[in-house]
Design a binder for this molecule. Structure first.
Ligand SMILES: Cc1ncc(COP(=O)(O)O)c(C=O)c1O
Length: 390
């Protein structure tokens, strides 16, 4: 029996730069000690107080079908948070609770793209972006952000790519680069969207992890609220990756159609998870800062280590839990270097090539292990790069 092209073509096929990750996992399964700096997941678990709230809600009976658009009080809480951060009037009618940021990325593209439409995204990119776009029948078109610009996208390049496109997906703070888009870049992006009548899908799942500058949601820029869908999530801000709770914020009309999509796909998010999310959000910025603190510390540690050598180049990490390191001085590709580092030192990092063309010759390091182990691994990595560079 034949399957749909939509599903068989969801991933582009071929080597996608994840081989080193699977090799590391195979080594671990075989009992070897591997230092994993690959996946974007905290080394702490969900805070016990959030789990207690989850438990109390479940025991209290919130285990049946929950409201499909989201529990009203959670939608209100998300709306209030978004309004406080962005200054844009936001009510529960602008909010749809979804099973994680990934579902929200899918929903956003599903809502704005017709079959065959061009959907722009920035390269380097979070690994699922092209597949998510293909999954709604649209055609992913990358626009490269360059290492020489510290991976800030050039509005002129977006302008050139925009004619005929339907949507643009951006992500700041950025995975994999750790870059936070500046006001001028966001103004440029907004200008392109307005001139070319593009929807902007703004993935802001790392909005609580800012090390330099400030998070600015492009939904707050003039004329943008009516054409922007913001992707948010509890995963990164509250170490709730497994709870699968995120949201889309956007124009009321788009959200009302997206509620229909939720009715016909996920049928909402578990009530006790939503209650836990509401509890967590109401704990305020202190809890968010506590969850972000280890990454901030390790990012500072990394800067000290990297400042002490001159082989491995760094794109200063301004946010999120990653470092993007330039290893071109070794003469290797990111993939070659990652494989060699795994073989020589049992340290696993992601090749830049896993995240598109623009990050070739780079590696992404996730700052997701204990500080001392992280510092030791980063020092070994730098020494190894120095040896290779001769
Ligand atoms: C940039 C970005 N967007 C979205 C997601 C999806 O997050 P979740 O579905 O857990 O909310 C991730 C997860 O790593 C991510 O890095």
């Amino acid at each position: 029996m034949e399957l749909s092209k939509r599903i068989t073509h969801l991933t582009a096929g071929g080597s996608d730069g994840w081989d080193v990750f699977y090799r590391a996992r195979a080594m671990i399964d075989a009992g070897e000690a591997v230092t994993e700096l690959t996946i974007g997941e905290h080394d702490i678990r969900t805070h016990p107080s959030i789990l207690q709230a989850m438990h109390a809600s479940a025991i209290g009976g919130h285990t049946g079908y929950a409201m499909v658009p989201g529990v009203a009080s959670l939608r209100d809480t998300v709306a209030a948070r978004v309004q406080a951060q962005s200054g844009v009037k936001t009510t529960r009618d602008n909010v749809l609770i979804m099973p994680g940021g990934q579902a929200a990325l899918f929903g956003a593209h599903h809502a704005v793209c017709n079959e065959g439409d061009t959907a722009l995204f920035i390269d380097p990119y979070y690994a699922t972006y092209p597949g998510t776009i293909r999954s709604v029948g649209a055609v992913p078109k990358p626009v490269l952000a360059h290492a020489s610009d510290a991976f800030q996208p050039r509005p002129a390049d977006l302008e050139a790519a925009a004619p005929g496109a339907t949507s643009l997906l951006i992500n700041s703070p950025n995975n994999p680069t750790g870059v936070v888009y500046g006001r001028d870049v966001l103004d440029g992006i907004a200008g392109v969207c307005l001139r070319h009548d593009l929807w902007l899908i703004s993935d802001e799942v790392y909005d609580t992890q800012i090390w330099e500058g400030a998070h600015l949601s492009p939904r707050a820029l003039p004329g943008m609220a009516e054409r922007t869908l913001v992707v948010g999530s509890m995963s990164k801000s509250h170490a709730m990756t497994g709870s699968r709770c995120g949201w889309l914020v956007g124009p009321e009309q788009a959200i009302s159609h997206l509620i229909n999509l939720a009715t016909h796909t996920t049928y909402g998010v578990a009530g006790f998870i939503q209650d836990a999310a509401e509890f967590a959000l109401k704990e305020g910025p202190e809890l968010e800062a506590e969850v972000a603190a280890p990454f901030r510390r390790r990012r500072d540690l990394a800067q000290q280590i990297l400042d002490g050598q001159n082989i491995v180049g760094q794109i200063p990490s301004q946010g999120a839990m990653y470092l993007m390191l330039d290893i071109r001085a070794t003469g290797m590709t990111g993939e070659e270097f990652a494989n060699a580092l795994l073989d020589a030192h049992r340290i696993a990092v992601m090749p830049g090539e896993s995240f598109g063309r623009a990050a070739a010759g780079h590696i992404r390091v996730a700052m997701t292990i204990l500080d001392d182990n992280f510092a030791t691994a980063l020092r070994s990595l730098c020494t190894f790069a120095g040896t290779l560079a001769g």
